[in-house]
Design a protein around this ligand. Sequence first.
Ligand SMILES: [Fe+2]
Length: 632
Amino acid sequence: MACAGKLEQHRIVPMTSILGISAFYHDSAAALVVDGRIIAAAQEERFTRKKHDPGFPGNAIAYCLEAGGVQPEELDYVAFYDKPLLKFDRLLETYLAFAPAGFRSFRLAMPVWLKDKIHLRRVLRQQLKFAHRARFVFTEHHESHAASAFFPSPFDEAAILTIDGVGEWNTATIGVGEGNHLRLLRELKFPHSLGLLYSAFTYYCGFKVNSGEYKLMGLAPYGEPRFADAICRHLIEIKNDGSFWMNMDFFNYCQGLTMTNDRFHKLFGGPPRQPESQLEQRHMDLAASIQAVAEKIVLNMAREARRLTGKKNLVLAGGVALNCVANGHLLREGTFSNLWIQPAAGDAGGALGAALFLWHQLLENERQPEKHDSQQGSFLGPKFSNDEIARLLDAQKIPRQKFDGEVELLGEVTELLAAGKTVGWFHGRVEFGPRALGARSILGDPRNSEMQSVMNVKIKFRESFRPFAPCVLKERAADYFDFPADAESPYMLLVAPVLEKHRIAISETDRKIMANDPDLRRRVNVVRSTLPAITHVDYSARVQTVDEQRHGRFYRLLQAFETKTGCPMLVNTSFNVRGEPIVCSPADALRCFLFTDMDALVLEDFILRKEQMPNVPSTEERARRHATFSAD
Ligand SMILES: [Fe+2]
């Protein structure tokens, strides 16, 4: 693995090196900050190939230290993203409040807490025994989220909103950041939680909590929010100050092993949907309803944040900040002039936030916001050299074409894309956060009406009712989407409507399919715009804007595609199959390429073509491999 070569020149002798860690809950990660500069950040799942790996992020830590050229014994600080004793306090108090109910979940949770979590300092010391010089610091969960949102942002001052399931006690905070300092001004506490409310509906509609929330959001455009009133009447009381209160008579997450209880099920017309079973209109309406309520709450909180802070910039983090439909409304509503969202908004980003909080807030070091933010496009993970790739390809006798000039390489790639081929794109440093942003992506032509089903069935091995996301040249985004001309979405965290002029009339037959075909794939496959692969049933799209500064070669690829075809946009989906973490190494990418029907693979300066591959795995071999990944 090659480390971030270009970073080496910035590093002279490190003054202060801080390792940030988030671990033992969901999506473990590490980040390295040296003298305030973000050197590296990565999720453990990319190395272990276990999606959302919650274990100790030993591989991610090793990578971050290597990337910074920092020996473990040189580390000055280790910053952990939450306070385990406070979390334990919440667990105990919640149990006592509901006792004797909840004994079973309490009994299941206790051994893990008593063995590891409560003694976290000792566990971390053991795991990082070579970091004997380092001081260990524990920051609060929402301080970590807030720091991950504000400190890398391009703003000198901003309102801060963090919203997630739960940290220690807090589930949402409103704060303010000025210069090198942030303050949390308002806190919403467990069990009242927008993240957990959304997860309760995720669970009830048969998707996995902590990862299926995206699916629920994607399902919402198929439904009508006919349950929104019932949610506001029975489950939740939304207050004018941006907070809300939840009626726990309908939920089971304080005392049980499920999110919802029989009262909840009765209110919404039946038991929870079994995962993978047929989706009914009721589930779509529920998805639309909770999405509408969530948006209302987020907009309320944002208005309160504006009122409290008077700032015109807003930064966001916490798992709910990945709800890009709500973010899109927030942007268009205009409560704030500018919006910046931490791309690793979930708990992985806490590793980065903890390290930055320590550097700026606790050590009181200055902060100079960068014009384009200091997240570096979130390309903070490992990269690999042409030599390393050549050695891998030689060892497996893989035929390939090497390009010495970028123009020729991009010419060939755009030729493939324009011919309707699907292309695996592997370039530069791995993304930090859940989205593929042009370092580990699968690309296709968004104008192609077949692209959606080809990518779903032959590559992702899933049957999705969600369209793919577009990446578009930043300067052309407003030509296609209802998107402020000066706004940007480099981290694919904003949904925007496709402009009327790109929509096309729907035939009567297609209108019927759209209205009531039980197979949602048929509905999403109805051609509604000149960009069918990326247009959702409500004409929305999850947009990534691509700019030269952050995206380099990926930006030039889009430029070359526009020159060739007139279209400044590509489909950009993550480089993986269903249930697999996004690929990290060239070996991961090669395996994914060989085990799917992807047409071509670009590994840095090499292009591999499927028809030239020897020993492509059989259908049975593919099926066996894909079965090793759990459904996401
Ligand atoms: Fe969180």
